[in-house]
Structure formats: C-alpha cells, structure tokens
Write a protein that binds this ligand. Structure first.
Ligand SMILES: O=C(O)CCC(=O)C(=O)O
Length: 296
C-alpha cells in the first residue's frame, strides 16, 4: 500500500513515482515478452492491431512506437497488473473496485523514437467522473536522454486545454496555449521497475529518444469502477454492442467488482470529435491532424 504522504502528494500534484512496482522476476518476464513481440514485428510492414510502426521500421531495424493493448495480446501483462505491488498502489489511489480502460507498451526506438505531444488523457476519453489514472511501468532505465514522461504538476486540478487543430480532434494541445505552463514541467526518470502514476487530467508528454538505448514504458489506463465512459470517444468499447459490452465489462475488472451505477460529477467534457483522419493511435492522431509540435 502507499503511505498517507504518498497519497496526499498524488492528490496534490497529479503524479507520483513508485519504485519497485513489480518483483525482479516479473520485470524479467515482462522484458522477455517485450523482446519477443519486437522480434515478431520484423516482417510486419504496416501498423496493425498489434503494432504501431515508427519511421524506419524494417526486418533489420525494428522500430515501433507501440505494442497495442498488451494485456489482450498476452495474459501475463494482465496477470502482473492484478498480482503485484501495482495492484496495491491502485487500491490505495482508487479504492477496491477498478476497471481497465486500455493498455499500451510504448517503445521509443534509439536514435529519434517518436515524441508524444503534450496532452491530457481525459480529452481522449471523458467519463462520468474523473477518478481515472495511468500507470507507466519502466521496463528499462529511463533518464533525461531517452524520452522520459514529463508532467505539469497540479494541472489535473486546472482546465482541460483545447486538443483540437485544423477542425479535428488532434490529441495534443497547442504549445502556444497561454494555459500551458511549460516552465513547471517535471521529468519522471527512474530505474527499470519504477512506475509513474498520473491522473487522467494531468498534462503530460515526452520528447524524442535522442539516446542509443530504447525507452520502454508499459502503460495501464484505469478507472474507478463507477466512472463510466461517455459515448463518442475513440474506444473499442463503444463498438461492441450491448451483449459483448457486458461480457467485456466483466473482463475489464482488475479488482473488486464492476459498477452499474455511474457516479455523475460536474466534470468538464468536450467530445474528441470530429476524429482525426487516422485515429488508430495517439501517434497517428497527432500526426494526421497536423498537431503543432512542442519538440520540433
Ligand atoms: O510514451 C509516452 O511517453 C507517453 C505516452 C502517452 O502519454 C500516451 O500514449 O497517451
């Protein structure tokens, strides 16, 4: 469990760093799986249901921005979330009943792996209340050079900034937005096994990887069970139909039980519409919408 001070710090700042969030053997197994997935991507030519490819990807130089929804690709990614220190951290922050929204393993390749422009996750998937957070488990050491996650402390208690550009949802703020206080930015670095936690309304992003080492962070995005997604966001959930949605809801329970009573809070909601020309990942959304880069 987290200490009272850690919970208070998360509530105040909208982010937290937790060391040793998984055991040594869990970390080894996760890295082994990641390496296998990357190896299997060598002959993949286009982004698909599993892989989001980065520029320069090929058989000799596998370069991925992401392995998509890893907990659906291999049961171990689900097992670790449910049976590790991560599970305790989750319950300390969101209480006993929690469901997963999505997961992703973002792998910034050495020598330029793609930036993630500044954004708030909430803009992508508004819910009936904002008890939502993201875990980012570092599978390798993350330092200033290989594109650490960066956050703006306390931004989760401020406004949701405009994430539209060129008439579509761009999944990124305008770096010149006067509400964007870049000077407050904190870089979340740590040893492999360290986990970042950020609130769904916390402004965050990451620069290109300028080092010669990969940067791999396994993200889980999670809701308190009584936070229900609002129709219209870009999630597979909304395409399932009622019967499959019900089954999927049971499968998404991480701890405790699902809730059939959405808690409605006064939260700022602007639907992420119209969609960008390619909204198959955050990278494609930001690029195809022509979002202005903060890192160019
Ligand atoms: O990989 C990163 O550094 C950030 C990822 C992120 O914020 C996202 O995928 O929504």
């Amino acid at each position: 469990m987290l200490t009272k001070e850690e919970v208070t710090s998360y509530n105040k700042n909208g982010y937290l760093l937790v060391e040793n969030a998984v055991s040594e053997s869990q970390l080894i197994q996760l890295r082994r799986l990641m390496t296998e997935f990357i190896d299997k991507s060598r002959h993949v030519r286009e982004s698909n249901e599993v892989y989001d490819l980065d520029k320069g990807h090929g058989p000799d130089t596998p370069r991925l921005t992401r392995i998509k929804i890893p907990h659906k690709q291999h049961p171990y990614f689900w097992e670790v979330l449910r049976h590790s220190r991560m599970t305790e951290v989750l319950q300390s922050l969101l209480g006993p009943d929690t469901t997963i929204i999505t997961s992703k393993l973002n792998t910034k390749a050495p020598g330029g792996g793609a930036a993630v422009e500044w954004h708030q996750d909430w803009a992508f998937y508004p819910h009936t209340n904002d008890d939502l957070l993201a875990f980012g488990l570092m599978l390798e050491d993350v330092d200033e050079e290989n594109g650490p996650l960066m956050v703006i402390p306390e931004s989760h208690r401020g406004p949701i900034l405009d994430h539209h550009a060129n008439g579509v949802f761009a999944g990124a703020i305008n770096p010149e937005d006067p509400l964007f206080k870049r000077e407050k930015m904190v870089k979340l670095t740590g040893k492999a096994g360290t986990m970042t936690v950020h609130h769904a309304r916390t402004l965050h992003g990451s620069a290109p990887n300028i080092s010669n080492r990969q940067r791999s962070i396994l993200f889980y995005e999670i809701a308190k069970a009584d936070a229900w997604p609002i129709l219209g966001a870009a999630s597979y959930i909304h395409k399932l139909g009622q019967t499959r949605f019900w089954e999927d809801l049971q499968e998404r329970v991480i701890t405790g039980k699902a809730s059939l009573m959405p808690r409605l809070e006064k939260v700022p909601v602007l639907m992420p519409l119209p969609p960008a020309p390619d909204n198959s990942s955050i990278f494609k959304t930001q690029e195809s919408a022509g979002a202005k880069s903060s890192f160019g």
